[in-house]
Design a protein around this ligand. Structure first.
Ligand code: DX5
Ligand code: ZN
Length: 228
């Protein structure tokens, strides 16, 4: 039976996709001051998804400015090729898409050998069973609640059943694995995702569009997630 996610276990991982790239360092420092639990870097190669975003050098330039853990969400065609560069850039957690890894088990092992924690992301059409045989290698499973490539999209509520499925796989197998959701997470959607079993929440638009600032946005998200 899936266990309740406690308020104290809720982690907020702002995506810096919507950040002002002319002030990226200041924005990351602000997120740390506002109580974010980690920085979520949406890395896109223009092939796996149409958009093109952060190379390892950009992340490396921010690394000395904040002490928060960095999670790189690799929405790229050949993540195993790029993994060493994101390790060197200072990422503690590297999340690869199951859809981009014909040898997922080997890729996750390679990420761990580089000294990083490994995560697996599942696109909306990919079943939870895709991670059934690699949970022992994972620190995190990311259930995408939008189709990857852009921020500001609408939350796909149909993914809640997949979240619950992955939560049951983690709990029934006694795995120490975080369950993260990414895409369309805001005040009105985070509660349902938490109720389904998610414990880590990526939010871009909900954090950067809050007129009352990062503190308010992150506090509201934590509160809404805990109230589910
Ligand atoms: C999609 C990205 C986005 C981003 C968050 O490829 O992964 O989901 O992190 O976007 P928002 O929170 O704006 O939906
Ligand atoms: Zn992401």
């Amino acid at each position: 039976m899936a266990e309740e996610v406690l308020a104290s276990d809720i982690l907020i991982a702002p995506s810096v996709l919507p950040a002002d790239f002319a002030r990226l360092g200041e924005e990351c420092i602000g997120l740390e001051k506002a109580g974010a639990d980690r920085i979520h870097w949406d890395v896109m190669d223009g092939r796996f998804v149409p958009n093109l975003t952060f190379g390892p050098d950009v992340i490396a330039s921010i690394r000395p400015l904040v002490s928060l853990p960095f999670e790189a969400h690799l929405m790229v065609e050949e993540p195993h090729e790029l993994a060493p560069r994101y390790a060197e850039a200072g990422c503690e957690l590297l999340t690869v898409h199951a859809e981009a890894c014909p040898h997922l088990h080997r890729t996750l092992g390679a990420i761990r050998e580089l000294g990083m924690e490994a995560g697996v992301a599942l696109n909306p059409a990919t079943p939870a069973s895709a991670v059934a045989h690699v949970l022992d290698l994972c620190r995190l499973v990311l259930v995408m609640t939008v189709n990857p490539g852009w921020g500001g999209q609408s939350y796909i509520a149909a993914m809640e059943s997949k979240v619950a499925e992955v939560r049951a796989m983690i709990d029934d197998g006694g795995h120490d694995v975080e369950l993260e959701v990414d895409g369309g997470i805001g005040r009105s959607t985070i509660g349902a995702a938490a109720k389904a079993g998610a414990g880590v929440f990526v939010a871009g638009s909900a954090v950067f569009s809050d007129e009352l600032g990062f503190n308010h946005a992150i506090g509201e998200l934590r509160e809404a997630a805990a109230q589910h």
